[in-house]
Write a protein that binds this ligand. Structure first.
Ligand code: SF4
Ligand code: SF4
Length: 141
């Protein structure tokens, strides 16, 4: 198994610093890979990353919700150009550095969303996408 970062991720970067096997990688290019991703072959399922995420975006693979109940005000992020994701998000990461995402959607209280799409995207990032790109270790530190 592995842990999965879902579309609730807003690139805070805190999870990277606690992973004992350094298997969390920021997506690049950000327009195509807006989240952070966990290498499923390296993750040891220790769970250390879960409490570090201010947006509660990380789940064990078998607990990724297919019907996540929004409390309202959460943002979910998708690759640029995704239909219905036309809101820009600007925030800061855990070091106070500005984060911008151009394809997000604010959830309303009571809205239910399927977060399981990110499970396959996470595998694709390492199998078909950039995976460990040069300099990823320094990102956000
Ligand atoms: S701590 Fe959460 S929001 Fe930040 S990069 Fe990790 S999963 Fe994304
Ligand atoms: S569960 Fe542990 S090993 Fe897996 S990504 Fe999170 S911190 Fe790293």
């Amino acid at each position: 198994m592995t842990h999965i970062i879902t579309s609730l991720c807003l690139r805070d970067g805190g999870c990277i610093e606690v992973c004992p096997v350094e298997c969390i990688v920021p997506g690049m290019p950000q327009e195509k890979w807006p989240l952070y991703y966990i290498d499923p072959d390296t993750c040891i399922d220790c769970g250390a990353c879960i409490p570090e995420c201010p947006y509660e975006a990380i789940f064990t693979e078998d607990e990724v919700p297919d019907a996540y109940d929004a409390t309202g005000g959460e943002f979910i992020a998708k690759p640029s150009g995704t239909e219905g994701f036309d809101t820009a998000y600007t925030g800061t990461n855990h070091h106070g550095v500005e984060v911008k995402l151009d394809a997000t959607k604010a959830l309303e209280a009571g809205e239910t969303v399927d977060l399981t799409e990110e499970t396959q995207a996470n595998y694709d990032f390492f199998e078909e996408g950039p995976g460990y790109w040069e300099g990823w270790e320094d990102h956000g530190k």
